[in-house]
Write a protein that binds this ligand. Structure first.
Ligand SMILES: *Cc1c(COP(=O)(O)O)cnc(C)c1O
Length: 402
């Protein structure tokens, strides 16, 4: 059986400019974010300044990971121990995990056919719980109806925090993803849109949220060395009442990221070319239903999702196994036992509050997902579609005998 020859987890190499910037930092020995000589701004502070400019917001904090940014966002927005935090039922384990780590109780909200959050169920969950926070995950890069979501949050006095791990560089109605709520959180982990191994970014326009985030991230009263934070004089009320929970990014990773920021727009274009090619091919395959995209959504197609609503569990299992045998590692959210990352809420047994989630239950049962690394080209997309078609014919007994 022919196998697809490339790896779905192979990203592009780090560009020479980023390697040189990293080596330059190492030559100084000053890797710590605040270890600067007279007149030096520091890679971390510069990255924050540049990312803030790209979003059009005043404040950005670079962190150890996207999950850390989420925790910090909840804490800086004033989450209290045991408080309910709403989050969409289709998300990734670091989201409920960060709510848990920040002392909150995740309460899941149901989704729509396109896997984005259901604004009506969000309103219902808000009424049921009186929650003050909604951690909205733009899961797998799908941005929901932000007008409706923001309206529900405003009507219920809910603080919106956006998880933009899959929407860095994306927009909705021309506005950057991450600027709709009080805080935007991003990840620069290897499988996201910029690659520093691990890393995260937090953005906000709220000066007090930013002051708390700066102190919590371990500023050791050196907040005057930030370039995308409120003026040092304004920290007097925050500085002695905010705990230090070290987790800001170091200069080495920031140096690797700064040259990549300039590439974000061209990466988005390249990803969307691959996405549209694969989407067009998959749309030709009978049982496959690709997900609709909201017209206001300027997405980054770094992965693709589709559903197989007419197939039985066994058929999907055979299809997934057939793809696997052809070198195509499909993620199937309906699998009884998760094998890699978990995105089904029954994998998070530590959650206490449960609400009925009929759409999530039904949709995830037949939802599949493929990563699209930039090491692929359009010919690879055609190849993947063809091999998946073979696997589908075999799984649904349409294969011509060999
Ligand atoms: C990767 C990811 C995160 C967390 O990012 P890390 O940097 O790995 O901590 C959060 N949410 C979603 C949806 C993600 O995919």
């Amino acid at each position: 059986m022919r196998r697809f020859p490339k790896s779905f987890t192979q990203q592009e190499p780090i560009a020479e400019a980023a390697i040189e910037a990293a080596v330059a930092v190492m030559r100084t020995g000053r890797l710590h974010r605040y270890n600067l000589v007279e007149g030096e701004k520091g890679e971390t502070a510069l990255l924050e300044q540049e990312f803030a400019a790209s979003l059009g917001v005043p404040y950005v904090l670079a962190c150890a990971s996207g999950g850390y940014a989420l925790q910090l966002a909840l804490r800086a927005c004033g989450l209290e121990r045991g408080e309910a935090v709403l989050c969409n039922a289709f998300t990734l384990s670091p989201v409920p995990g960060s709510i848990h780590a920040a002392g909150g109780e995740a309460v899941l909200v149901d989704i729509l056919e396109d896997t984005t959050v259901d604004p009506d169920d969000l309103a219902a969950a808000a009424r049921e719980t009186g929650a003050r926070f909604f951690l909205l995950s733009h899961m797998r890069g799908h941005i929901g109806d932000m007008d409706a979501i923001v309206a529900v949050c405003e009507a219920h006095g809910i603080t919106l925090i956006e998880d933009c791990a899959h929407t860095m560089g994306a927009s909705y109605d021309g506005r950057p993803s991450g600027t709709f709520g009080k805080v935007g959180c991003f990840s620069t982990q290897t499988y996201k849109h910029l690659n520093s191994g691990e890393g995260g970014l937090l953005s906000t326009e709220d000066p007090e949220v930013m002051r708390r985030a700066v102190i919590m991230s371990g500023s050791y009263m050196l907040y005057d060395r930030h370039l995308a934070a409120p003026e040092a004089e304004t920290f007097s009320e925050t500085r002695l009442v905010t705990p230090n929970m070290s987790g800001r990014m170091d200069n080495l990773r920031a140096a690797i990221l700064r040259p990549q920021l300039d590439e974000l727009a061209s990466r988005r274009q390249r990803w969307n070319t691959l996405y549209r090619r694969l989407e067009a091919g998959l749309a030709e395959m009978a049982p496959v239903q690709t997900l609709p995209r909201h017209e206001k959504e300027g997405f980054v197609g770094s992965s693709i999702q589709f559903r197989l609503p007419s197939l039985a569990h066994d058929e999907i299992a055979r299809f997934v196994a057939g793809c696997e045998a052809r070198g195509i590692p499909l993620k199937w959210y309906g699998k009884s036992q998760p094998e890699d990352y978990t995105s089904r809420y029954d994998s998070w047994g530590y959650l206490s509050a449960t609400r009925p989630l009929p759409n999530a239950d039904r949709l995830l049962a037949t939802l599949c997902d493929l990563r699209l690394p930039l090491t692929f080209d359009e010919g690879d997309c055609d190849d993947i579609v063809q091999l998946m078609g073979d696997a589908m014919d075999q799984a649904t007994d349409k294969a011509t005998p060999e």
